[in-house]
Design a protein around this ligand. Structure first.
Ligand code: 4AD
Ligand code: MG
Length: 432
């Protein structure tokens, strides 16, 4: 097989003969000249054919080329000022490699259920391609930031024996003779142990929540990056989140301009993501919400509506910290000056995107943690190893989890999480 020239490299091949292989985006013909737009995953290019240069059969094949069929085009690269990539292909021959009769996704409006049903084909659309690239850049930026900052990646298990977050959203599976295993809701408990070995660590992988919720912000399988740092308190934790989120936003803005353009994203929104982010206590947040007429009692977690109200009119994310103990997970450290609250924070993205990060300082006292495990009715025997961390050289430590899909949705301007991952898993969808 002759290796084709990637479309992304055509601009540096002006005047050279090339073979381009890819999928047909569209075909338009005036009778004398035909314009075939081909994409290959690295970009798209217009190939111009002249009727006079082709035999009848080839011209027929060309003008009947089907949307998303695969083709090989031979021709010469010519500079062209009107082209978004600066060149087009002056083509002299065409081979159809595979047809694509009645490609299901046409350039018209399709309903979301139809698109999700055809996700394997929908992925080829420009908007979906842009989103996958923005997601990829976001992941890379996160890893680069953490590695430049001295973190070591420690992968944590997906099959686990202890509940990480809350019993209500567990996926369970039978595990040989050992009883029930759970799909990880978080890698946190394990990265905490790794922080005692390596200092600054993170895990980054899929996590699972049996969320019986059909909102645009919930998936049952989502990716989370979870940094964990020894000798860092809750304030330091927020500083770290702020630095990471600003780094990632700047990188995506710098490297994904074209894809953000495809998404119709207002670039000024991303340029505004610079330190510092405001920090507001949960207690203050509730007071503000009550003043604004929201129905909320001190003690309950903030809902999506509350989060949207708190960030309204803001151009940057907002930290809300020190939530009530009873609204949060068992492992968070009690506030010495107000034991009804814990040393934790959520980071709320603006424009109604809501919580993208949940973080906290961890309870590092053996007795207090054991008491919390008992209070929550969690199976004590499963947490022996986690409690050991407080028995053998306990240390203050903090960390957080940033939801990748929520972050990608916010950065790209996508309205719903289902577009930000190749194959979204939701309460009502497990295929394709
Ligand atoms: O706030 P959460 O539940 O925190 C934890 O899991 C901690 N163990 C993290 C840590 O401290 N290491 O989840 C963290 C983030 C949320 O802020 C949100 O961005 C995302 O994970 N998230 C979801 N994303 C999509 N679908 C869901 N069902 C999600 N649940 C949480
Ligand atoms: Mg949370």
């Amino acid at each position: 097989m002759t290796a084709p020239t990637p479309i992304s490299e055509l601009a540096s091949r002006t005047g050279s003969p090339v073979v381009v292989k890819g999928w047909v985006r569209r075909i338009r013909s005036s009778g004398r000249i035909a314009f075939l737009v081909v994409r290959d995953g690295t970009g798209e290019v217009q190939c111009v054919f002249s009727r006079a240069d082709l035999d009848d059969a080839t011209w027929q094949t060309l003008t009947a080329a089907e949307h998303e069929s695969t083709v090989a085009v031979t021709g010469e690269v010519c500079a062209d000022k009107r082209s978004p990539i600066g060149v087009e292909v002056s083509a002299n021959s065409l081979r159809v490699l595979s047809g694509s009769p009645e490609f299901p996704i046409q350039p018209k409006e399709h309903g979301i259920d139809f698109l999700l049903e055809h996700r394997h084909l929908w992925l080829r659309s420009p908007r979906q391609v842009a989103l996958m690239r923005i997601r990829d850049e976001t992941m890379r930026a996160i890893r680069d930031f953490l590695h430049e900052d001295g973190f070591t990646c420690v992968d944590t298990p997906i099959l686990t024996g202890a509940i990480g977050e809350s019993a209500g959203t567990l996926f369970e599976t039978e595990y040989f003779d050992l009883g029930t295993a759970y799909l990880a809701q978080t890698g946190q408990l394990y990265v905490e142990t790794a922080a005692a070995a390596l200092g600054k660590v993170y895990c980054f992988g899929p996590t699972f929540r049996a969320e019986k919720s059909k909102t645009r912000r919930h998936l049952t399988e989502f990716w989370m990056v979870e940094p964990e740092v020894a000798w860092m308190d809750s304030d330091g934790n927020m500083d770290l989140q702020e630095r990471m989120v600003c780094y990632v936003a700047a990188r995506v803005l710098d490297r994904c301009q074209a894809d953000l353009g495809t998404m119709g994203r207002d670039l000024d929104r991303l340029a505004a993501i610079v330190p510092p982010f405001n920090r507001m206590s949960y207690t203050d947040a509730v007071a503000r919400l009550q003043e604004a007429g929201h129905e909320i009692e001190w003690g309950s977690d903030l809902g999506a509506g509350h989060e949207a109200a708190l960030t309204e009119g803001r151009s940057k994310p907002l930290f809300v910290h020190d939530y009530p103990k009873r609204a949060k997970a068992f492992y968070m450290k009690e506030n010495p000056d107000n034991p009804a609250t814990v040393k934790c924070n959520d980071l709320l993205a603006p424009e109604g995107y809501g919580e993208i990060i949940g973080g906290s300082q961890r309870e590092d006292d053996y007795d207090r943690l054991l008491a919390r495990i008992r209070e929550e009715g969690l199976p004590e025997e499963s947490y022996g190893w986690y409690l050991d961390l407080r028995k053998y050289g306990t240390f203050p430590h903090s960390g957080f989890g940033l939801g990748l899909e929520r972050t990608v949705a916010w950065l790209s301007g996508a309205q719903h999480l289902r577009e930000t991952i190749a194959y979204p898993r939701m309460m009502t969808r497990i295929t394709p």
